[in-house]
Write a protein that binds this ligand. Structure first.
Ligand code: ZN
Length: 76
């Protein structure tokens, strides 16, 4: 499980079940397990500080490179 954090203010955003060892380019909504801090404005998902971390693409969130960091392990 990964904990996704805002790259700007380091606030925890959500927990994500990542499958595979590749880069985190998308977050599938069904694999988001717990939301700490994430708000949606139009099609953008933002941290409470206003940093946009991704764009809504329907079934997944397309992640903005360098807008987030994460800790934890990826499932293979
Ligand atoms: Zn933030």
């Amino acid at each position: 499980m990964l904990t996704i954090k805002c790259a700007k203010c380091k606030t925890k955003l959500y927990k994500y079940h990542k499958i595979g060892k590749g880069k985190l380019l998308k977050s599938h909504k069904t694999r988001i397990k717990k939301i700490y801090n994430l708000k949606k404005e139009d099609r953008q998902y933002k941290c409470s500080c206003g940093n946009a971390v991704g764009t809504d693409e329907g079934e997944f969130i397309k992640m903005s490179n360098q807008a987030f960091t994460y800790t934890g392990t990826k499932e293979s």
